[in-house]
Design a protein around this ligand. Sequence first.
Ligand code: SAM
Length: 274
Amino acid sequence: MNNRVHQGHQARKRFGQNFLTDQFVIDNIVSAINPQPGQAVVEIGPGLGALTEPVADRMDKMTVIELDRDLAARLQTHPFISSKLTIRQQDAMTVDFGELARELGQPLRVFGNLPYNISTPLMFHLFSYTNSISDMHFMLQKEVVNRLVAGPDSKAYGRLSVMAQYYCQVIPVLQVPPSAFRPAPKVDSAVVRLVPHAEIPCPVSEVRMLSRITTDAFNQRRKTIRNSLGHLFTPEQLGDLGLDPALRAENISVANYCKLANWLCEHPQPTQEP
Ligand code: SAM
């Protein structure tokens, strides 16, 4: 039997197509989302509708964003739910979620069993719209969920943890084995809930500065911050900010990364001469 064909559709690797087939898992995800009529519910990557159908059952209408033209066309002619769907045949990376929230007149509830090949850049894209999003539920590789929820002093703690937790409260919901999908992926999966903070706990004046510092620190995570951030801060400046220069990237809390970013915003580096 060809395991890549599901409901007559040949799964496309380049679109990260692993379709959910386990009804228990599907029910659990829909209960976790708890969609209510009238809400602005948006699914990324509806595929063959494993989650779309039970969610649409509870809604009058919902929006779906699907890159695969064939799958978008199938949903267009779905016998039961097509009339409830607004289908965007589009790359979710190019969707302006702020504009979509304005169109729908309220903050979005976004969910999806995300294509694993683009899940991290897609989450970064969504983080830039957290003002327009009330919550997100995503199926991801388990390892990515571990990184999203990780706190300091752990191996999984990294740039993704800091940026996700800067914007959102991150709550693991459910672990999902490969057998719940067709074709089965090679890795374990997990569902996570991301709830944008009503007020960012430690706001930074420029997010790009937080992004830069975390990139520089975690790109050399084995080095002390005296070295990995030495081009931005002297050991004395780190000390003045309450940080031991002998710490490593994984020992710095989100709040302290924000403190570093704000200090850098207030003390811009002199522009380097070419
Ligand atoms: N939701 C379905 C399920 O749970 O069975 C399908 C999930 S499958 C892991 C990922 C889905 O995202 C596929 O339908 C794929 O075509 C779609 N997809 C892949 N890349 C996308 C992108 N950039 N934007 C929107 N959808 C995308």
